[in-house]
Design a protein around this ligand. Sequence first.
Ligand code: SF4
Length: 191
Amino acid sequence: MSKEDLLVLKKEVETCTRCDLHKTRTNVVFGEGSANARIMLCGEAPGYWEDQKGRPFVGNAGKFLDELLSIAGLKREEVFIANILKCRPPGNREPRPEEIELCTSFLNKQIKIIKPRIICTLGNYATSYILEKYGFKSDSMGKIHGKVFRVSNLSTQLKIIPMYHPATALYKPYMKEVIKRDWKLIKEELK
Ligand code: SF4
């Protein structure tokens, strides 16, 4: 799989009308970054600014994400940032089960093309989806943040690391240090 495969997929997602979110979106947010990224970040869904710009994590949570990436010794262009849903739920409501079911085949294809060594899940929705996809039982973020779940079989060598969503630090500033500590872990895991 190659960069070209990712571009073909992007074109397909940009015209997607599988669920009702296509009616209210301004832009599809496919995700961005390196097609050869060792680490993939997976968030929940585009918010207001992401929908406006068609890019992931460009609001205040995105600024904090940039800080977290630098703690892990990473730059945006070295990772691939995606979401569970590619279109914004109106008013930033939570994703609905049917939307997740319809949209995640795109995320699965992104993972297949990029083949990351680490998937860092940002927030509850991404964590539940990715852990369950690889046969793990999800739990509350308070219990599993910063833990490393290892997938090792003939076709896949992968570490999954659940993280709090960066936006958590915006409405709970006391969580900032907890989140930063978790990101130091990624630096270790990438060695
Ligand atoms: Fe298609 Fe996903 Fe957007 Fe729904 S959220 S319209 S499934 S790209």
